[in-house]
Write a protein that binds this ligand. Sequence first.
Ligand code: HGY
Ligand code: MN
Ligand code: MN
Length: 590
Amino acid sequence: MAMTLEQLNAVPLEAATRLLAGVYEHSPWIAEKALAARPFTSLAHLKHAMTRVVAAAGREAQLTLIRAHPELAGKAMVGQALTTESANEQGKAGLTECSPDELATIQRLNAAYHEKFGFPFVLAVRGPRGTGLTRQEIIDTFERRLHGHPDFERAECLRNIHRIAELRLNDKFGAVPTLGNLVWDWHEELAQFSDPGYPEKGQLTVTYLTEAHRACAAQIKDRMLECGFDEVHIDAVGNVVGRYLSSDKEAKTLLTGSHYDTVRNGGKYDGRLGIFVPLACVHDLSRRGQRLPFTLEVVAFAEEEGQRYQATFLGSGALTGDFNARWLEQRDSDQISMREAMQQAGLRIEEIPSLKRHAQAYLGFVELHIEQGPVLNELDIPLGIVTSINGSVRYLAAVTGIACHAGTTPMDRRHDAATAAAELILYMEQRAARDGNSVATVGMLQVPNGSINVVPGRCEFSLDLRAPTDGQRDALDRDVRAELKAICERRGLHYTLEETLRVSAAPSAPEWQGRWEAAVAALGVPLHRMPSGAGHDAMKLHDIMPQAMLFVRGQNAGISHNPLESSTSDDMQLAVQAFSLLLGQLAGEF
Ligand code: HGY
Ligand code: MN
Ligand code: MN
């Protein structure tokens, strides 16, 4: 019989501790201490309270907790001495059916990991969807984490212990993250489409208007129709637009959405989470036959990352009237122009200007996105309130020197383009670090047609400079450009700089940030306010309407723009609930 929070809040401490028995392996002290935070307003509140008890317990108690866990496919499993919960989990992950090779590999890894860290490798083998990782995923994770830093691994074992506890609590309370599971599965289905050359490597890359990109648009369109949207269409730049109409034909519209293109070898959730979560909300509203006193418009933006063409925020830029006709002549690495790509995709270029939204018809823009950083993951908080999006400026640079013989040219006679770039990159690193919250990155760096025995005559690279305010961004920008000029003068080189993006910092609109805060608080999740280091479509919509964002915690230290990007269906469930609460609150304001 599933337990209820009312029950847990009402019974005496000893009985309540018994009700939570087994949630943390051989460690009842955690539940017992966490119960001091009663009454719990939600399962999320209880879960977080337990993580705080562990965080406050200190290093030795944390190591004892980690050491209370059995090895994977270890002696306890073989000897059938696991706790019921651990036996269930290791069984679900197929660890009881290891081949002799798999068993030998895991036991080798157990020994090596224990030798290096002094505690067992702990992994929530039921995984981010709760249905169990494959044995290969377990082995791959084990191999990867064996190379981790001891401090990180101790924290990562604790995070996995909290994930194990979360799933055990779900079982005790009969809590199934139904909408979170749906959203998680939708990401899996969309991730089947990837640009040529990437699927063979098991990598996800979806760039603007490729075949995979068009397949994504078609699937998102079908998904919107399934969810009950009244109007769904693909617009002149490839955005997929769904409208869930208000009961009041004169009502204004709430705009939301995010992008479905990815970086090369990217993650499944960047952008897409901000599309699928509102889709799940409409699915839920439609299923219940409920209408809102405003129209909800969800846009799956076709292009944000600027991978195939230099243009970025193209999808959301079309809505703000910022589509630059000169972008049509940009060519990709196969010399295909954006205009040709659009024509091949059957897009009606002449309609692009009509995509500009009239702000007075809209209430505002809200965007939900994975955090793409480690903050929420380290705080054990599933949702974060975005206070502002950093401003950024990007360039494509080229330094030109003199290509010459690597063997005969003395070091003091060279005009080496690559060493100049290297000197600038090291300058950028320390200059950005000096601000504390600025960032500077050279993500692309190459010596075109270089040879091993030729001093580089040319070096091409990208610059990505960001800061929480435009003033700080511009100061960083000025200093980096001044340093590039000084380096080239000193080394007798020439350089070009082409600005490809300049977008202002976008503070959240207080009334919309407040709505996210009220929704998160209603879920019993602590409020953590934070800036966004990543750029988002919200910073484009910021130009024409009030906006605010909600972050969802990432797993694997919140890594992003990387195939290790991960999010649990429990966190997605909370995201759907938060979005639904925001819609409900907004409806209540009418
Ligand atoms: O680069 C960014 O910040 C975003 O992911 N496009
Ligand atoms: Mn991104
Ligand atoms: Mn993104």
